[in-house]
Ligand binder design. Structure first.
Ligand SMILES: *Cc1c(COP(=O)(O)O)cnc(C)c1O
Length: 700
């Protein structure tokens, strides 16, 4: 079996030892996240115990841990089910046995190390918050599919990101669940004596240790650092507890654990990366950590940094100046004060590396830009914005437009259709394979779209019933939720972080016009999801206003707000919605990826021409709202008007313009264009091959 870390040892997998011999294939599948992008695996887990599969939140480790002995004995005698599991394990093993693609210059001995503060791999591994993490998860999955030698590095958050619950007035409350490693597909890295491998770093003037969890993502290992170790002081144990919330001190300490701790962890595991890829500025201290190692072995600092810089590449994701974090220089020195000495430089020289041109502070993006050999933005538009934003630093910034991992995001029903109608190379990311979308019979494609919409409607009903019960609504109101939504009605989706610039409220800017769209024989239905930042009361008020829309006269039953937006909900929404809305205030969307997911499922984007959309939109594959240079108020008013006009004049009529067989021919033509363009251009297969060609290999 290919392994990037031959000398690495793991703690015994508790799951494996709990299951009898015939059930071992299930343990093999459950403990490699490879299962999450192979729908047959989910089907097998569901068959083990459908009820428990749901209650376990589609977490196969928890399912197999908690399943009753009686049920497991039955499964152990179910030759058909175990045969399916064994066949899938063979497919997994064949995947793991493929040789590495070394075209990037990286190899099993010198892999690419990908560093990110969050990873969205599956809803059951809650170490992500949103787009950045989901992208990072897709990157690891694609690296596995492409046999790219890569290791991931991140943090193991016990509490992860917050969950959202709305009360009956629509006000958002937050809660955190504490993850139990025993219920997750993670193994502790141990030494030859079976003791946890610990790495150490100095924070606030004293040593802090971290242990290392190993998550296997197909062929790619992901190492997660965790300071919740008895030997640490209570405050230090808390460093990796929570994603993105907490005070600035904890954040900086997290970033130090991620970059410096992460690279020390790789070294402890015998992995020496050829390239270190910083996905966003959180891991900006990585080059200094590489330099520190070289200084320790005798190199002067300037040479050590120059050599470190040749190994580091940086992807920026933030188009807003305020989104690039800055810290006080004294604040940084209080936390990382030992670092300049270890680098053999004085405080001034150290701080200068992260100093913005406009005054003394410590900017993580500035540090990353100055200490990496290449920097890239995540769409062509974002490239322009970033170059303008960082002009004064005099660094080159290119772009590699984001993509999404097709096997993760395309609904199984549509994957089956593509397998029937497209050359098999669509799965390996061959852009030419997608041209055959045009020859799919209209009726066949429309039937799958209908099935996906029905699936979403059922999901909305189930979830709304549960959400209403949890809010303590009246029984009739709870039961009414089971009748909401209509599987044949044009369905619009809008799901994203609720922040002012995302302009969720554009939809209801003209309440009369919005309500008219939700009524009558050609009505549409609207499903919304999104979390507001816990301390952003403005965003919470907006959630509340949107929440109230669901009970507006005439719209009852046609608007749903789904609580606690996560990967599971996202998967359902992007598969089932006919139209995917995105209304950012330009140019504040770096890329956006949910629209790509919708397009890959045959959804049509109706989006402001910002982020990725100007690259994809060609007039045939959805709708674009032009961007202009007016002030915010004028821009919002104009964009809302354009939105309503497109909906009234184009979207609604086109959806209802049917042929004799009931197929909306013009709409299906748009679906095909949307699918073809997204498949050829906006998958991680395309994205990763660009990173290999233009970023990873370029340093060689
Ligand atoms: C894809 C995804 C995102 C990012 O979508 P945007 O288009 O950038 O808003 C955020 N959260 C989840 C759960 C996702 O799946």
């Amino acid at each position: 079996m290919a392994s990037l870390s031959p000398c690495s040892m793991h703690a015994e997998e508790p799951l494996r030892s709990r299951l009898s011999g015939p059930l071992q294939p299930l343990a093999t599948l459950a403990t490699n996240l490879w299962w999450s992008w192979h729908p047959e695996a989910a089907a097998i887990f569901q068959a083990v115990d459908p009820e428990r599969w749901e209650s376990a939140g589609h977490n196969p480790v928890k399912l197999l841990r908690d399943a009753g002995p009686l049920r497991l004995t039955q499964v152990a005698r179910d030759a058909a089910l175990l045969g399916r599991a064994e066949a899938l394990v063979h497919t997994l093993e064949a995947d793991l046995a493929r040789p590495f693609d070394t075209g990037s210059g990286a190899s099993a001995e010198r892999p690419i190390a990908f560093l990110c503060a969050e990873y969205g791999l599956h809803a059951s591994l809650p170490i992500y918050s949103g787009g950045l993490g989901v992208l990072a998860g897709d990157v690891l999955k694609q690296a596995s599919d492409s046999a790219l030698p890569m290791v991931g590095v991140g943090l193991f958050y016990r509490r992860g990101f917050f969950h959202q619950r709305l009360d009956r007035s629509g006000w958002q409350h937050e809660w955190w669940a504490t993850a139990d490693p025993e219920e997750l597909p993670v193994r502790l890295e141990v030494d030859a004596h079976g003791e946890p491998r610990l790495i150490e770093l100095t924070l606030r003037g004293h040593p802090v240790v971290a242990q290392i969890w190993h998550v296997q993502v197909g062929r790619v290992p992901l190492f997660l650092l965790d300071t919740d170790v008895p030997r640490n002081q209570p405050v230090d144990r808390w460093i990796t507890s929570t994603l993105y919330v907490g005070d600035r001190t904890f954040r900086v300490m997290q970033y130090a654990v991620l970059a410096m701790g992460g690279l020390r962890a790789l070294q402890a595991l015998g992995i020496s990366p050829s390239v270190v890829h910083l996905n966003e500025g959180h891991a900006a201290l990585a080059a200094l950590e590489l330099a520190r190692e070289a200084v320790r072995s005798g190199l002067p600092f300037d040479r050590a940094l120059a050599e470190a810089r040749q190994r580091v590449v940086f992807t920026t994701h933030t188009p807003i100046p305020a989104g690039n974090e800055h810290y006080g220089q004294d604040e940084i020195m209080a936390l990382l004060g030992d670092l300049p000495g270890e680098l053999g430089i004085d405080r001034g020289k150290f701080l200068a590396l992260a100093q913005p041109p406009d005054g003394p502070s410590f900017g993580v993006t500035e540090l990353a830009l100055r200490t990496s050999r290449s920097a890239n933005a995540v769409s062509a538009k974002h490239g322009e914005v970033s170059r303008a934003m960082w002009r004064s630093l005099d660094v080159q910034i290119t772009h590699v437009t984001n993509g999404v991992h097709a096997p993760t995001w395309i609904a199984p029903e549509l994957q089956a259709l593509l397998d029937r109608r497209l050359p098999p190379t669509w799965r390996s990311g061959d852009p030419r394979a997608w041209a055959a979308v045009e020859s799919i019979p209209d009726g066949e494609l429309w039937a799958v779209r209908g099935a996906l919409r029905r699936g979403l409607v059922e999901f909305v009903r189930r979830k709304t019933v549960r959400d209403r019960l949890a809010r303590g609504e009246t029984i009739p109101y709870v039961e009414a939720a089971a009748r909401t939504f209509d599987p044949d009605v044009l369905t619009l989706g809008f799901a994203r972080r609720v922040a002012a610039y995302k302009r969720l409220d554009l939809l209801i800017r003209d309440p009369g016009r919005a309500l008219a769209l939700l009524q009558g024989p050609r009505r549409l239905q609207l499903v919304i999801a999104g979390k507001a930042h816990p301390s952003d009361d403005g965003a919470k008020r907006l959630v509340q206003r949107i929440f109230e829309l669901k009970d507006a006269a005439g719209a009852t039953g046609y608007v749903a707000f789904l609580e606690d937006y996560d990967l599971e909900t996202a998967g359902q929404l992007v598969a089932g919605c006919d139209v995917w809305l995105n209304l950012p205030r330009a140019p504040l969307e770096a890329s956006g990826t949910s629209g790509m997911k919708a397009a890959l499922n045959g959804g049509l984007n109706l989006s402001v021409l910002d982020g990725w959309w100007p690259e994809a939109f060609d007039g045939t594959n959805g709708w674009g709202i032009p961007v202009g240079g007016q002030d915010e108020q004028a821009q919002d008013a104009r964009d809302a008007t354009t939105l309503y006009e497109i909906l009234e004049r184009e979207v609604v009529p086109s959806f209802h313009d049917r042929d004799a067989a009931g197929v909306p021919v013009g709409w299906v033509r748009r679906i095909k264009a949307s699918l073809r363009i997204a498949g050829a251009g906006f998958t991680t297969a395309r994205m990763m091959s660009e990173y290999v060609q233009r970023v990873y290999r370029a340093g060689k």
